[in-house]
Write a protein that binds this ligand. Structure first.
Ligand code: SAM
Ligand code: DTB
Ligand code: SF4
Length: 334
């Protein structure tokens, strides 16, 4: 049973904007530190050449996009990016691979486990998105130190086959179930602006509100149109549609982190401020998403300061501490 039915989601979404924002803010303040925004760094550890035909994706081998296939990154290269991410204030490190899925026993899976074990020693939340997963593979990722697995349903079950034909919506749900059965947190959201209706967006949310347990985080992406994909010419979506979806999601999923994800580069500061007010409390931070650009880090920090918001503080429990220059000073001894 979804926590919120489609009808309730729609009634909420259609409230007068300030009523919707007020309600979302009250829910947010009751569940979250009011001023905190999590910064997450994203790294594509295996780029391009993907067998799947997701119509939005720069990394699908089915579309002639500007992205060229690259091999899986070496652990040391990933660690350099992860350490830099931590030093610039990220508390979550998300690694993406352009694969249909991974299986236990595969060499590349063992390599990813090795990378995860190393990154998890840095005291960051570790999120991976590797496509389809069996229960056994999910358990091994959890043992290696993954805190959350990102697997988006992307849109409604009804609209899904307009966007992807090489796997099904049901396949996505099965992976999410495996992740939950393995005891890992789920990060699951979608994309808006792919030509879907409002009903599709709310159906997507209805499906996600039915997860048990609720997802740990919900990334809301707006389409970044990629040259060479079937969606390259779609128009940008209206900012109030993003704000309304963030607010409705906050009300429907009070304890879920809402991550303002792809497409933020094109949002004004004012639009982002409304999203934070409406309950968004996590962003991708740094110059790049997976293959496309992101908002400037300096500008993001300036915006947070301007709004009186603060990046989530680093976690204390760390095997490999920050280099001396970045550590807090010890209290003066008498
Ligand atoms: N292959 C894995 C999978 O499909 O789950 C992981 C990588 S995939 C790139 C992760 C998510 O990024 C997608 O589910 C989608 O929500 C988002 N995404 C990818 N390309 C995008 C684009 N052009 N615009 C907005 N979001 C995008
Ligand atoms: C998610 O929902 N958004 C991120 C992350 N999960 C992996 C990816 C955004 C990708 C945007 C397009 C690109 O850079 O290729
Ligand atoms: Fe892109 Fe993931 Fe689809 Fe592959 S499965 S085309 S990486 S979204």
């Amino acid at each position: 049973m979804p926590r919120m039915t489609f009808e309730r989601l729609e009634a909420t979404y259609r409230l007068p904007l300030f009523d919707l924002l007020g309600q979302a803010r009250r829910v947010h303040d009751a569940h979250w530190p009011r001023r905190e925004v999590q910064l997450c760094t994203l790294l594509s550890i295996k780029t391009g050449g993907c067998s799947e035909d997701c119509a939005y994706c720069a990394q699908s081998a089915h579309h002639a996009t500007p992205v060229s296939p690259e091999p899986l990154l070496e652990k040391d290269a990933v660690m350099r990016v992860a350490r830099a991410a931590r030093e610039t204030g990220s508390t979550r490190f998300c690694m993406g691979a352009a694969w249909k899925g991974v299986r236990e026993g595969e060499k590349r899976f063992e390599q990813v486990l090795d990378i995860v074990r190393a990154v998890s020693s840095l005291g960051l939340e570790v999120c991976v998105t590797l496509g389809q997963l069996s229960l056994v593979a999910a358990r091994r990722l959890r043992e290696a130190g993954v805190t959350a697995y990102n697997h988006n349903i992307d849109t409604s079950p009804e609209f899904y086959s307009n966007i992807v034909t090489t796997h099904t919506f049901e396949d996505r749900l099965q992976t999410i179930q495996a992740v939950q059965d393995a005891g890992m947190s789920v990060c699951c959201g979608g994309i808006i602006g792919m030509g879907e209706s409002l009903a599709d967006r709310l159906r997507m949310l209805e499906v996600i509100t039915g997860f048990d347990p609720a997802p740990e985080s919900l990334p809301i992406n707006s389409l970044v149109p990629i040259p060479g994909t079937p969606l390259e010419h779609l128009p940008r979506i209206d900012v109030f549609e993003i704000v309304r979806l963030v607010a409705t999601s906050r009300i429907a999923l009070p304890g879920t982190k809402i991550r303002l994800s792809a497409g933020r580069e094109c949002m004004s500061r004012e639009a982002q401020a409304l999203c934070f007010f409406a309950g968004a409390n996590s962003i991708f931070f740094g110059e790049k998403l997976l293959t496309t650009g992101n908002a400037e880090a300096e500008q993001d920090l300036a915006l947070l300061r301007e709004l009186g918001l603060e990046p989530q503080a680093p976690f204390a429990d760390v095997e490999e501490p920050l280099p001396h220059a970045c550590r807090k000073e010890a209290p003066a001894t008498a």
